[in-house]
Design a protein around this ligand. Structure first.
Ligand code: ADP
Ligand code: MG
Length: 235
């Protein structure tokens, strides 16, 4: 594969993304340093790492939002992203935000279905600025879902939410994942969240995947749980 970003390409069997030798520099700072990563169909990955370790930079490269990377990025054509700030367009109602840029004949019906799935049907006609934080994040998830992604990129989508809303969102994301089975790459700084949602956890450090582990079970952890302790020690 030639250097560059390849979207909608045929990937090795069972993969939705393959990254090789990915390097991103900002001035004289190397944020991603010849990073390798493969993402399998339907897997749920949590990406941990200290603030500034390059998590969002990696996610932007996978989303095709950064064309100044060096190395190879091959990604399925159907990728959707949700960010920490829901980034809804304030002068369009919720339903119109969900269909924004979606050029398919059944866009309206798809948006209706996606809004129902995130339990936001009642707010479909609302203006984004009238939504609560949790509702806005659910609208953002509906906007991602409506694109029927094979790869769903989530950049700290729950970090700004209160604890109770965050728990609701955890359940919602797991439900959506088990119904639609996209591969998910969830950026988080929360080890508990990673062990509750993911089946593989990666830790980014010094521009590389410094640690990788498979999660034995999706469940809340006691604070001396060995997997939790082990992951904390890598951060
Ligand atoms: P994380 O998401 O892990 O907190 P980021 O990927 O956002 O980290 O950023 C990694 C590093 O790259 C940080 O030091 C950040 O300041 C730097 N960086 C990110 N984007 C830019 C940019 N557009 N220009 C300059 N530096 C940047
Ligand atoms: Mg970030």
């Amino acid at each position: 594969m030639a250097t560059g970003i390849h979207r909608g390409v045929t990937l090795p069997a069972g993969r939705v993304a393959a990254v090789r030798d990915l390097t991103r520099e900002f001035g004289d700072r190397t944020v991603l340093d010849r990073l390798d990563l493969e993402i399998a169909e339907g897997e749920f990955i949590a990406l941990l790492g200290r603030s500034g370790s390059g998590k969002s930079t990696l996610l932007r490269a996978l989303a095709g939002l950064d064309d100044e990377v060096a190395g190879e990025v091959a990604v399925t054509g159907s990728v959707a992203v949700a960010f920490q700030e829901p980034r809804l367009v304030p002068w369009r109602r919720v339903h119109a935000n969900v269909t924004l840029g979606l050029h398919v004949p059944d866009a309206k019906a798809r948006a209706d279905a996606a809004l129902a799935e995130v339990d936001l049907t009642a707010r479909a006609g609302a203006w984004p600025l009238t939504l609560s934080g949790g509702e806005a994040q659910r609208a953002s998830l509906a906007r991602a879902l409506v694109r029927e992604p094979e790869l769903l990129l989530l950049d700290e989508p729950f970090s700004a939410l209160d604890a109770l809303t965050r728990i609701t969102m955890h359940h919602l994301v797991l439900t959506l994942w088990s119904v639609h089975r996209p591969a998910v790459l969830l950026v988080t700084h929360d080890v508990d969240e990673a062990l509750l949602l993911a089946d593989r956890v990666l830790v980014l450090d010094e521009g590389r995947i410094a640690h990788e582990s498979l999660v034995t079970a999706r469940r809340p952890r006691h604070r001396d749980d060995p997997e939790l302790v082990s992951l904390h020690s890598t951060l």
